[in-house]
Design a protein around this ligand. Structure first.
Ligand SMILES: [Mg+2]
Length: 328
């Protein structure tokens, strides 16, 4: 199967509109199998072991019939990077037409964070706000920050305020206001997401299809933990986003807007997946050949990605895929 994967491999470098995650160009590998296209786009600093579920997800998309879809469109949130100028914030909001929930990146500096949240609420006074801290706060800092934020906006939930489950559990005890906590890294960055005990630590589970190893695995994780779910993306191309949308559409229940509108942060993409009235249609997409050519990566970077696919395969993706019995 590795030969087929490598034969179909295309890699693009997509420019971003802002330096979200300090990234100005998003490199994305795409593969085409018997059932369609899959995306393999772990961030470039990830080691092969961390890339394994990303490759499994791409191969699943390329080789399996898509899951049964329970909804045809998905409500999405706007995603606000850690920027502070009022004009820039207004511009980013305009990329998410009709979205009534805004996810705001915070954590580096509380003063800047509060200013950013206040500006968003000023520009979108009826919006629900969810903040993503990426585990950057201590319990004490989180308690102080959550109180300050709770006072200035319509706070829906706080994503990963502290990095460990122990700290999240302690924070929930201490915070003293009815705030919902969502877990992302505590599930996504652990060896086995089925083994973590989320009890009393988080209220909402973030699912990202690629880093969790595909739709089948993500559905298993959701069923196992039995928490409300928010599907999110990782600055994927339209191919990866469409897979996240298919996951969101196949979940038995979905109570929150999903964070799969991040394609709006790219200034070019391999296919078009627009946000209309705060919603995205659930479609499997094929990348446009001309756009893949236009944004094709340099030959040196292509060789790097080819080697990366091979390394990830050998590091454990092969065993996982053979165990699943998927054929190409
Ligand atoms: Mg997150």
């Amino acid at each position: 199967m590795l030969d087929s994967i490598l034969e179909s491999l295309r890699v693009v470098a997509l420019p971003t509109k802002t330096d979200f995650r300090s990234i100005k160009v998003r490199e994305v590998a795409l593969i085409e199998g018997p059932k369609g296209w899959g995306e393999f786009s772990p961030f470039v600093e990830y080691e092969p072991t961390e890339c394994i579920p990303w490759l499994v997800s791409a191969v699943e998309a390329a080789t399996l019939t898509p899951p049964e879809i329970l909804r045809s469109q998905i409500a999405v949130n706007a995603t606000m990077p850690a920027i502070n100028g009022k004009d820039e914030i207004a511009e980013v909001l305009s990329w998410f037409p009709g979205c009534t929930t805004v996810k705001i990146k915070v954590g580096a500096d509380l003063k800047d964070d509060l200013a950013r949240i206040a500006t968003v609420c000023d520009l979108a006074p009826t919006a629900k706000v969810r903040i993503d801290v990426n585990g950057m706060w201590s319990i004490g800092k989180a308690t102080q920050a959550i109180h300050a934020i709770y006072d200035i906006c319509n706070l829906e939930y706080v994503e990963q305020p502290c990095s460990t489950l122990e700290d999240l559990r302690e924070l929930k005890k201490r915070v003293g206001i009815p705030v919902l906590i969502a877990g992302d890294e505590v599930v996504r960055k652990v060896g086995n997401p089925m083994e973590v005990d989320l009890h009393d630590a988080i209220d909402i589970l973030l699912l990202k299809v690629a880093p969790l190893g595909g739709i089948k695995k993500s559905l298993e994780i959701a069923a196992h933990h039995g928490k409300p779910v928010v599907v999110s993306s990782a600055l994927d191309s339209a191919v990866g986003i469409s897979y996240g949308l298919q996951l969101a559409a196949s979940l038995p229940s979905l109570d929150y807007a999903c964070g799969v509108g991040t394609g709006a942060l790219l200034s070019a993409d391999v296919a078009t997946l627009p946000i209309v009235g705060g919603m995205m249609k659930v479609n499997s997409v094929a990348p446009d050949r001309d756009r893949m050519k236009e944004y094709a990566i340099s030959p040196e970077r292509f060789d790097w990605w080819r080697a990366r696919v091979r390394e990830t395969w050998e590091a454990g993706a092969k065993d996982w895929i053979l165990r699943e019995g998927w054929t190409w």
